[in-house]
Design a protein around this ligand. Sequence first.
Ligand code: ZN
Length: 304
Amino acid sequence: MRLAKAIIASLFVYAAGANSAVTQGARPAACSNPNALGIARTVEIDTSGGPGFGFEQYKMHDFLMQREVVFTFDDGPWPNNTRAVLEALAHHCTKATFFPIGKHALWHPEILKEVAAAGHTIGGHTWSHANIGKMKGDKATEEIEKGFSAVKLALGAPPSPFFRFPFLQDPKDQLAYLGSRNIAVFSHDLDSFDFKMRKPEDVVKSVMTKLERKGKGIILMHDFQQATAKALGDLLNELKAKGYKVVHMKAKTPLATLAQWDDAAKGELKSPIGTDRPTSSVVRTIEDSSAKPVAATSAAPAKK
Ligand SMILES: [Zn+2]
């Protein structure tokens, strides 16, 4: 019975994926790189009660097998670097989890939308990258919630209930709060310390050395960092050559952000006028001299 249910469930996921541009690349058929890492497994995380992941701090759920890795990228979205990370991941037809800063999400919503469109998982990393370990309760809660609401505002869709504390500073009262909000907390198994590095080769060496020692893990990197953006292609090639496999994490349900903090995030926009209308309904191409007679991305055919 259980097996039959699992098969039906996976068929459903496959069928849903086939209709979604967002999940393209998840299946090997869509990948043109014969040496791609791809995705070995996709796991669904039930965030009820706020489980913790990453053995650096939370030794509860060990879901990775030997030579399995999870990529996580913090502090974006950021011009150039985030897109370089996306390109390297796309070249390997693989996926990661991003923990963007709320402020950065509102500065560069177009980049964060590209992260989502490529099928990566997006959580939250506070509004302003504040050290929550040094904050009082209400202020800390505001950092968490406004961060998530800003990501939602930038994406036009709710993020996953996945959170990482800046500087990994996790006071007990905020851990309990996240639990009450059914938000999972992510530490890491392996810190690249990429933010201390200028040379891409140092990032590759840092990750590979630690990984060879630990054998598997959730890897903490930063799409904000230029050295990481430059290193990622080589790092992925090396992981593939050494037989590592990628696990992609997805949330069982999206985060229900709170109206109060959605409003607060909206209040941070410099020019909130008309922001609720999608660009495609505001700006429409009525004449296009480039080669294609019909715009492939146009939602409705242009009237003649
Ligand atoms: Zn950070």
